[in-house]
Design a protein around this ligand. Structure first.
Ligand code: ADP
Ligand code: MG
Length: 351
């Protein structure tokens, strides 16, 4: 087991794309760490650089106490699971799982035994002689996992390993992966663009944008106190409302309405300062009648979320979304008022 530390790790691709821009982070020994961000933000590049499949352009990388910045991939004691699993189609499950042991020149009898044992742990004993093409997506994913586990690496690197599974399989695989990681206690870096997956699985999350880390924290920290409007709009099952506001002595003025100032504004607010007022749809309470300190509007869209409804109001503040419980009647064209929960509102200066 080992921690991973990067110090100003940078990757510039030929052609000039700065995919990693001075990344500083420490993944603790045994931690389940998620790299979260939109497509193209540099997640795969960071993972491949840790694995040694990409050479860094600057900065350094340690695994445990060892500086591996220039160490070839075969000598790094890490195992990577790729998005498309990258199984060998002409090899059986047993041969696929045993492959890294073959590369490490483990004797045939020994590697057959180890591969069978690892495949068994992942419920693949009945499929050892099949080829990847004869397996379901979920089974292929387990083969990829077994192949990664066979060498008992110090570090697991997962690049969106669940993205090719259907919704139900994905939930199952998520639970399975979490349990497996807990049991093995292996330091794990898990890449995803799915915020729900990161929140569900990770001990800590780094939210990336354009080759930089915009926030690093526990799931509850990044959900409750996103550090900037980028993270605020990226985390959450529905995007946070981000509204233009002006600081006043008795509140934040949004579209002529005075909303209560949140308890912990980011830094001291200056009277007259332009800010962004952030409130999640879940923390706006619906009222059919006018309430002081609320956001008024006309109902434009009602989306059924199953357990609730996502209602879009259009009013002086622009579009405002709120979650309304499933039994409350809301019709298109109705006038509605969204009352913010003061303790959940946030104020940003970076809008
Ligand atoms: P993510 O995994 O978050 O989607 P990537 O790490 O794949 O992002 O890509 C980060 C940036 O680097 C993107 O702008 C992408 O186009 C660029 N990039 C990735 N791989 C290469 C490459 N081999 N050569 C040049 N540019 C690349
Ligand atoms: Mg990627």
């Amino acid at each position: 087991m080992a921690a991973i530390t990067t110090d100003r790790l940078t990757k510039v691709y030929p052609g000039g794309v700065r995919a990693l821009d001075e990344i500083d982070l420490t993944v603790e020994d045994g931690e389940f760490f998620a790299l979260l961000g939109p497509s193209g933000c540099g997640k795969t590049t960071l993972l491949r650089t840790v694995a040694g499949l990409e050479e860094s352009s600057g900065g350094s990388l340690h695994i445990g106490d060892v500086d591996v910045t220039r160490t070839p991939p075969g000598s790094r004691d890490v195992a990577m699971v790729f998005q498309d699993y990258a199984l060998f189609p002409h090899m059986t499950v047993a041969e696929n799982v045993a492959y890294p042991l073959r590369i490490k020149k483990v004797a045939r009898a020994k590697r057959t035994e180890k591969a069978a044992a690892t495949a068994g742990e992942l419920g693949l004993s009945d499929y050892l002689e099949r080829r990847p093409g004869q397996l379901s997506g979920g089974q292929q994913q387990r083969v990829a996992l077994a192949r990664a586990m066979a060498c008992h690496p110090s570090v697991f690197l997962f690049d969106e390993p669940l993205s090719n599974l259907d919704a139900r399989m994905r939930l199952e695989a998520r639970t399975f992966l979490k349990r497996l990681q807990r049991e093995l206690g292996v330091t794990t870096v898990f890449v995803t663009h799915d915020q729900a997956e990161a929140l569900a699985l990770a001990d800590r999350i780094a939210v990336m944008e354009s080759g930089r880390i915009r926030q690093l924290g526990t799931p509850s920290e990044v959900f409750r106190r996103p550090a900037n409007t980028f993270v605020a709009s990226f985390i959450g099952s529905t995007p946070m409302n981000l509204l233009d506001g002006v600081v006043r002595p008795r509140g934040i003025e949004v579209a002529g309405e005075l909303l209560p100032t949140p308890p912990e504004p980011a830094g001291r607010l200056v009277d007259g300062e332009k800010v962004v007022y952030g409130i999640r749809p879940e923390y706006l309470v619906h009222s059919p009648t006018a309430v002081p300190g609320s956001l008024a509007g006309e109902v434009r869209v009602v989306e059924n979320l199953g357990h609730a409804q996502l209602v879009t109001l259009e009013g002086p503040a622009g579009f405002v979304q709120l979650v309304v419980d499933e039994d409350t009647p809301v019709a298109l064209g109705d006038r509605g008022f969204a009352v913010p929960r003061q303790d959940r509102a946030l104020v940003y200066r970076d809008g």
